[in-house]
Design a protein around this ligand. Structure first.
Ligand code: ZN
Length: 267
């Protein structure tokens, strides 16, 4: 079953696990109705790779430019200046992924916070939306974001897995919400189902976050356990069911919302 056009707003296509068959992954996505994809930049090198992919697949792939909180301690003044240049390129449609991750704590929290501030300033400067990551750091995340919100053109809370309170806080900050296959996990994603109808259609975006977060209830799981954009219609169907609407309806509104927020062209 192919829905009308979907957009995967978060695919880590520079990940090594895609090295052998990246073009086939893109072709499978397109065949499944995933017509455009945003390749996540999460470090200096992965941002450059994402931009290169967007250059070679114009109109199909787009890039984000940023440093994930795991890599926060890599953000030197030099890299920040480079990101500032890269973020102005037409292939780059958002700054990030950036934010706070106190679950893994791979960079010290103070460094994560400073790196987050710098990237929010950068996004305001280049007038592009932010691609936000938050895990186990809601209070600090909201406090920092609030300092910058008025100067930002917009943003998405990517891979939202939080509570009703967290959702309300993000919606009040006028953020879009990115939903992944986490919602397909009956053990840890069930709480998300009733929240879906609280998100206005023009704020709801879809993403796989592949190669991570393979939907647990996929009828035929790949042996590799690798998640990829061709599985986005499965996630979309789960979200549509939770909202009591058709897949076609959700596809139309979420695709329009993604194009509006990130300035993506229609195909
Ligand atoms: Zn993330």
């Amino acid at each position: 079953m192919i829905a009308s056009s979907l957009i995967d707003i978060g695919i880590n296509l520079s990940h090594d696990s895609f090295n052998a068959d990246r073009d086939a992954v893109i072709a499978r996505a397109v065949a499944a109705g995933v017509v455009q994809m945003m390749v996540t930049g999460s470090s200096g090198p992965s941002t450059r790779q994402a931009i290169e992919m967007a250059r070679t697949h114009p109109g199909r792939l787009f890039a984000t430019a940023g440093v994930h909180p795991h890599h926060a301690k890599e953000l030197t003044e030099e890299l920040l200046a480079q990101l500032g240049q890269l973020a102005t390129l037409p292939q780059v449609v958002a700054v990030g992924e950036c934010g706070l991750d106190y679950f893994r704590d791979l960079s010290p929290r103070a460094v994560q916070q400073k790196t987050f501030h710098r990237q929010l300033e950068l996004a305001a400067r280049v007038r592009k939306p932010v691609f936000l990551h938050q895990r186990d750091a809601h209070a600090d995340f909201v406090a920092i974001l609030q300092e910058h919100r008025a100067s930002l053109v917009g943003g998405v809370a990517h891979c939202f897995t939080g509570s009703q309170e967290e959702l309300t806080a993000y919606l009040q900050m006028d953020l879009a919400i990115g939903i992944t296959g986490w919602i397909c996990d009956e053990r840890r994603g069930a709480h998300l189902l009733p929240l879906m109808s609280e998100i206005a259609a023009d704020r709801l975006l879809l993403e796989t976050d592949g190669p991570y977060l393979l939907p647990r209830d996929l009828p035929a799981k790949p042996e590799s356990r690798r998640n990829e954009p061709s599985f986005l219609p499965h996630i979309a169907a789960t979200v549509a069911r939770a909202r009591g609407e058709s897949l076609e309806q959700l596809a139309a509104t979420s695709t329009a919302a993604a194009r509006r927020l990130f300035g993506l062209p229609s195909l």
